[in-house]
Design a protein around this ligand. Structure first.
Ligand code: B12
Length: 222
């Protein structure tokens, strides 16, 4: 297969949730010398975007979303160490979690991979993270940044609940807060009092470094 055929097949097989084929194609692509970013940004992510569009139109239902998500997650297991492999030094600690009531984690995991690749020490609290868990993790790990991820309009209000919990615990000024996830907008991030928002994984890395530099009054290593 040519690299273009692999990208097309990765897109098609992710769309139908054929996990074994997606894994096999990922390995074939790497064998051919294709970059992990190419497979991620030119096939896997666009395919999941199409899954979302079909769900919105009523052509796909939850099981289809689930198997497509699983197919992509299988490929990410292989790509993860390669995407994170830059040998950069630690630029800061980032505690990350998907908010309570929300199980979406593909986007969050992707952000984590890119942050690790950029030299961050990432502590992933997983999904359905309650406000008190975020508080506990901030006390324990003393991160530079805490990230809240939400993918549903019904779980976005948890950002505010998390902010209130930080305030109540007296931790709000100790940590930079970033928020993100498919339905989140910069306006919403401002409205809940977050320090930063980013629309995708690479923008998150950039923004995170910028916010840390500003707080420390010195540039972070690149
Ligand atoms: C896969 C999927 C699922 C899977 C999740 C599997 C998993 N392990 O994650 C399953 C099947 C479980 C699922 C369930 C549901 N889902 Co769903 N799902 C999706 C789908 C198709 C893809 C999401 C995804 O992974 N995208 C790919 C990643 C790479 O992109 P991303 O998520 O946007 O992440 C990027 C940015 O947002 C950002 N980012 C992410 N997190 C963070 C955090 C910080 C701090 C920062 C700075 C940035 C950042 O960087 C990421 C990487 O670039 C989306 C459609 C879509 N297009 O988003 C629907 C979607 C999110 N789901 C939706 C719905 C409605 C549901 C259900 C309610 C369906 C139901 N009736 O049961 C349930 C809810 C379950 C729950 N309680 O959470 C809706 C949400 C609508 C809304 N606005 O509220 C969507 C948008 C589909 C649609 N178009 O209607 N879903």
């Amino acid at each position: 297969m040519t690299p273009d055929e692999i990208l097309q097949a990765l897109y098609d097989e992710t769309l139908v949730g054929n996990a074994p084929a997606v894994l096999e194609l990922t390995n074939q692509g790497l064998h051919l010398g294709m970059g992990p970013e190419t497979m991620l940004f030119d096939a896997l992510i666009p395919s999941l975007e199409e899954v979302g569009a079909r769900f919105e139109r009523g052509d796909f239902f939850v099981p289809e979303m689930l198997i497509a998500g699983r197919a992509m997650a299988g490929s990410m297991e292989v790509l993860r160490p390669l995407l994170a492999e830059t040998g950069a030094q630690t630029v800061g600690t980032f505690v990350m979690g998907t908010v309570k009531g929300d199980v979406h984690d593909i986007g969050k995991n992707l952000v984590n991979i890119m942050l690790e690749g950029a030299g961050f020490n990432v502590i992933d609290l997983g999904v359905q993270v309650a406000p008190e868990k975020f508080v506990e993790a901030i006390v324990e790990h003393k991160p530079d940044i805490v990230g809240f991820s939400a993918f549903l309009t019904t779980t976005m209000p948890m950002f505010k609940a998390n902010m209130n919990a930080l305030q109540k615990a007296g931790l709000r000024d100790d940590v930079i807060v970033m928020v993100g996830g498919a339905p989140v907008t910069p306006e919403y991030a401002d409205a809940v009092g977050a320090d930063g928002y980013a629309a995708d994984a690479s923008a998150t890395v950039k923004k995170a470094k910028e916010l840390i530099s500003r707080r420390r009054g010195a540039p972070v290593p690149v």
